[in-house]
Write a protein that binds this ligand. Structure first.
Ligand SMILES: *Cc1c(COP(=O)(O)O)cnc(C)c1O
Length: 219
């Protein structure tokens, strides 16, 4: 089933769009089936789950952190991940920067935008994003590579469209500014139910779980 799902998704994704397989709750065997069917990037929400999967699968794929990262987990996270998509504060960025300096790594990150401006959600508010990007771009062991957003979740992907548009506008504005040390390359938006809308609104990285691996038993 995972193989069929992967074939279907890979067939319809436009050229140049990166597929991140959102692997939360999946076993290393399930993830491996995805990898054998062509999945090249694994997205993990928790450092501990990522460690377990990484032990089984290793660096034949790229690993992206797509869940909220606590600063005190940065040291473990930087060993595994190739990209952290969820940087939303200078505190977290500094923790990643320090941990990377210790192991001689430069971490690619995306800035997570709270595009729905929902108080309970992670991400920096759109109006605060530029100053955060400027501050983080000073850090030597971090490279900002783009933006990520979740958008409000209602079950109807059309409801997410204005928030994808808002994030895309921010992405383009920052790209045009040519900020030193910043490369606006990736715009990570869209999940199983919303990635088609996200692609229409300019996403070039989508994070898909359910449509690859099936319904989750728990979250
Ligand atoms: C779980 C998750 C996804 C994928 O969700 P699906 O609806 O299963 O495709 C994408 N992004 C993040 C941050 C997630 O936690």
């Amino acid at each position: 089933m995972i193989t069929d799902n992967m074939n279907e998704i890979l067939d319809e994704l436009p050229e140049g769009v990166k597929l991140v397989g959102a692997a939360k709750t999946r076993t290393p065997d399930e993830i491996l089936e995805g990898v054998e069917a062509g999945l090249k990037i694994i997205g993990e929400n928790y450092v501990q789950e990522a460690e377990r999967a990484f032990q089984a699968i290793g660096d034949r794929v790229k690993w992206h952190m797509i869940g909220h990262l606590q600063s005190n987990k940065a040291k473990k996270a930087v060993k595994i991940f190739d990209m952290i998509e969820t940087v939303d504060s200078i505190k977290l960025a500094k923790a990643i920067d320090r941990a990377c300096a210790n192991i001689g790594k430069v971490m690619q990150v995306l800035i997570e935008i709270n595009s729905g401006e929902e108080p309970q959600k992670a991400g920096v508010l759109p109006e605060d994003a530029l100053s955060l990007v400027r501050d983080i771009s000073e850090l030597k062991n971090i490279k900002i590579m783009g933006l990520m957003t979740m958008g409000p979740f209602t079950g109807d992907p059309e409801d997410a469209r204005p928030y994808f548009q808002k994030t895309k506008r921010l992405f383009e504005e920052m790209k045009e500014m040519n900020l030193p040390g910043v490369e606006m390359v990736y715009l990570s938006m869209g999940m199983s139910n919303s990635y088609k809308v996200a692609l229409e609104e300019g996403a070039n990285m989508v994070r898909i779980g359910t449509k690859i691996f099936g319904e989750r038993q728990y979250d």
